[in-house]
Design a protein around this ligand. Structure first.
Ligand code: FAD
Length: 756
């Protein structure tokens, strides 16, 4: 056999190859955790590769090579029988555990955590310890089933193998840290040491997770290596405040002492090498997306599955995906995205922190402007706001700002405890009517300023439309809405549910009973109807009633008592978010759904994502169509809806082309249920709730747009109750501005400066 002859070469997964190479000197000396350098031919560069196995008897070393750049591709293109010009090694220090006396390890339980191609170097160690009678458990994680490598080899070692995938296509559904937590918390497994190898960002989170459980953790930083001999110094890393070289001092280090943020920044800032030999799948995917100007795709439940359940449709980004997507941001000097965000989030600022893996900092930046980031990241119409202004959108897809916001917010919900705040005994009191996004934002901002805030909410749960309107599959109640509300309670906001202002006292009573100011964020919860013949037949719902039954009262779950009667065929009327939610909810309850909208596709006011999802879920869009009559049977039960086709005429007052009926185009849609989702207006109870406050001709509160001042001193208002049905972020923006105005007002009446 020739020196460095390739004895086996097979593809394990897309672009990941297994090579067995004849290298007897290295095979005799190799120990788990070491690596070698391959020089492909006389012109080639030095490529460091981890040894995944070795046999001194056969004189072979096993390598797992990810073919990304020019040089790694050349390596894997070798045929069996061909030879490398040089193979140098073994290099680096073996795993520190290999150096320990085996009896010291015999009572210990080692946990190995591998991500992606990190499974290869982990394998050599797992095999070694299993052969020496040491108990090991191994987690191997990958993006999906296709990227799980060496599964059979791991099983043969006898290790307790746990697989996980981001999309749930193999093993545990989630990432390696979630699985690690599951093993420790739920399965109550005890580990003495954790050894992790994989992408830097993964190791950073493994380090954080193990710190939480007081577990010693070792990370192998071999992905930082360039030359592998200590000559280039490119693999420098700060360990416990001191500079170390990965290839000489490592590659393994005490993970709790590694400055991962610095390492990540260095890895990202490294200029691409001429032939880009850097072995990193994530990076390659990112490069591909950068070139194509497309987003990192977000994982979702497939339409055929999700249309039968109420679980959240979109899984959101994981840490690696979020960082890759964040890297797409151009960090514009004059970011137009910020200007188009109603609460002026420092979007480039928080995205830059995501790109660096500083999620805590990203969250702190978000929190300066928004109290409900996990909500906004899910339901804001980003395409017409921040993302609509992103310059990347001119030639390709804008940065997925909403998905990044959601990622950071979800991360914070699991990792950041709100700082509990005691309200000063003499603090000024402010009352907030309604706990929707407007009320909650106003309350949160005032509480942060030191006010004693009480929110009065008519329903049994706080959240407004977030709780009773937007369905679980778009906005989870327990894990998102309730948690965001809890964070406000933690900072001192007192939320009184089941308290209807206008029935139990009114705004004047509040002002007389010691509140210095009142904010009204009572929304626009009164459904509109069309006044068509048959609209009061049994089976015709308003979207509000239908969605409240299903969301707030959880009628879709057997153990809840509230009924929701639904026929096999359902017609939903309208084209906004409410209509999409009603239609998609009806699909999940087993109905065939037609959506009737009087304008065309491009006029649909719903978020693009909802329209896209609704279509995927099989909803039949009857566009340029309008109902003219509901038809029932002798029992007054709805049987069908008579509709007419429409065409677009001249623009109306709103600037949109007015839909006009096409004569003689009537047709019937069979349906036992119709859901009317054509808009809402404020509840007439407002007159009793705030008798001194003027309303406008649409029965909305007459308040100035800027600060929410109403016609009654000390009473402010914002959100849908002022604008009519609008959006979550607009309601939040109004709540935020009103909080400032209230602060100024209260200071003024308490004889301090007044600047509004
Ligand atoms: P609300 O959220 O309506 O909250 C008002 C609260 O005040 C309610 O909890 C109500 O019970 C309470 N209240 C009312 N009267 C009183 C009283 N007298 N005493 C005490 N409490 C009272 N927007 C988006 O941006 N994206 C979307 O995807 C989206 N989807 C939607 C889907 C549906 C089904 C609906 C109905 C709306 C959707 N919207 C969406 C619009 C958005 O939810 C609203 O614009 C936003 O919630 C308005 O916030 P708000 O705080 O003004 O009012």
């Amino acid at each position: 056999m020739e020196r460095f002859e390739i004895l086996q070469n097979r593809e394990l997964a897309q672009d990941i190859f297994f090579l067995k190479v004849y290298a007897p000197v290295i095979a005799r000396a190799a120990q788990p955790g070491q690596f070698l350098i391959v020089i492909n031919d006389v012109h080639a560069e030095r490529i460091p590769l981890t040894i995944s196995d070795y046999s001194s008897d056969e004189g072979t070393v096993d390598l797992v090579v990810q073919a990304i750049g020019f040089s790694t591709r050349k390596i894997v293109q070798h045929e069996v029988g061909e030879c490398f010009a040089d193979v140098v090694g073994p290099l680096g220090n073996p795993s520190e555990f290999v150096e320990m006396p085996l009896p010291d390890l015999q009572n210990q339980h080692l946990l190995f955590v591998a991500g992606g191609i990190g499974a290869a170097p982990i394998y050599a160690q797992v095999k070694y310890f299993q052969q020496n009678g040491i108990q090991t458990t191994t987690i191997v994680g990958a993006r999906n089933a296709d990227f799980i490598i060496l599964e059979e080899a791991f099983r043969q070692t006898g290790t307790a193998l746990h697989l996980c995938t981001d999309d749930g296509s193999r093993g545990f559904h989630g990432n390696v840290t979630e699985l690690l937590s599951d093993l420790v918390e739920r399965q109550k497994l005890h580990f003495d040491h954790v050894i992790t190898i994989g992408p830097l960002i993964m190791m950073k989170f493994v380090e954080q997770t193990t710190r939480k459980y007081n577990l010693p953790c070792v990370a192998s930083l071999n992905s930082l290596m360039i030359d592998g001999t200590g000559m280039c110094g490119a693999c420098r890393v700060t360990i416990d405040g001191k500079t170390r070289f990965t290839c000489v001092d490592g590659p393994e280090f005490d993970a709790h002492k590694v400055d991962f943020n610095e390492a990540l920044t260095r890895q990202q800032n490294k200029k691409p090498h001429k032939h880009d030999h850097y072995c990193n799948l994530e990076k390659a995917v990112n490069e591909k997306h950068k070139v194509r100007n497309t987003r990192i795709p977000v994982r979702e439940q497939p339409a055929s599955i999700r249309s039968k359940n109420f679980n959240e449709v979109c899984y959101g980004y994981n840490a690696q995906e979020a960082m890759r997507e964040a890297e797409r941001c151009l960090q514009c000097k004059k970011p137009r995205c910020v200007g188009s965000c109603p609460v002026h989030i420092d979007i480039p600022g928080f995205i830059a922190e995501v790109a660096n893996g500083n999620f805590q900092k990203a969250y702190e930046i978000l929190s300066l402007s928004t109290s409900l980031p996990a909500v906004c990241g899910r339901v804001c119409p980003q395409e017409t706001q921040c993302e609509g202004e992103c310059v990347l959108g001119i030639k390709g897809e804008p940065v997925a700002i909403g998905k990044l916001e959601r990622f950071v917010a979800d991360w914070a919900l699991s990792n950041v405890q709100p700082i509990a705040k005691e309200v000063e005994p003499g603090a000024s009191k402010v009352a907030v009517v309604g706990s929707g996004p407007a009320g909650l934002t106003c309350a949160g901002d005032l509480a942060k300023m030191g006010y004693r805030v009480t929110v009065f909410e008519a329903l049994q749960k706080a959240g407004g439309v977030l709780e009773y309107g937007i369905p679980e599959f778009r906005l989870p109640k327990k894990n998102v809405v309730a948690k965001e509300v809890d964070r406000l309670s933690a900072i001192g906001v007192d939320i009184q549910t089941d308290y209807i202002i206008g029935r139990a006292g009114n705004v004047d009573h509040l002002l007389q009973s010691g509140y210095d100011a009142v904010f009204i964020g009572a929304g626009a919860g009164l459904p509109r109807f069309m006044n068509l013949p048959g609209e009061n037949l049994n089976g015709v719902y308003s979207a509000n009633e239908f969605l409240t039954r299903v969301n707030l009262m959880q009628a879709y779950r057997d153990e809840f008592d509230t009924p929701v009667e639904l026929a096999d065929n359902v017609v939903v009327i309208g084209g906004g978010n409410v209509a999409m939610d009603a239609a998609r909810t009806a699909v999940r309850l087993g109905a065939r759904v037609s959506l009737v909208y009087r304008r065309g596709e491009s006029e649909l006011p719903a978020r693009q994502e909802e329209i896209h999802h609704a279509k995927e879920e099989g909803i039949d869009f009857q566009l340029l169509t309008n109902p003219v009559e509901f038809l029932g049977d002798a029992n007054s039960d709805l049987q069908s809806v008579r509709c007419v086709r429409m065409e677009l005429g001249e623009p109306d007052a709103s600037g949109r082309r007015r839909p006009e009926p096409v004569e003689g185009s009537d047709f019937i849609i069979e349906a036992g249920t119709a859901i009317v989702a054509i808009g809402t207006s404020p509840n007439p109870l407002l007159k009793k709730a705030a008798p001194e406050v003027s309303l406008n001709k649409w029965n909305c509160i007459d308040a100035d747009n800027e600060w929410g001042r109403t016609t009654q001193p000390g009473v402010f208002a914002g959100g849908d109750v002022v604008t009519g049905a609008a959006t979550v972020i607009e309601a939040m923006g109004a709540g935020k501005r009103a909080a400032k105005a209230i602060d100024n007002y209260v200071k003024k009446i308490k004889n301090q400066s007044y600047a509004v």
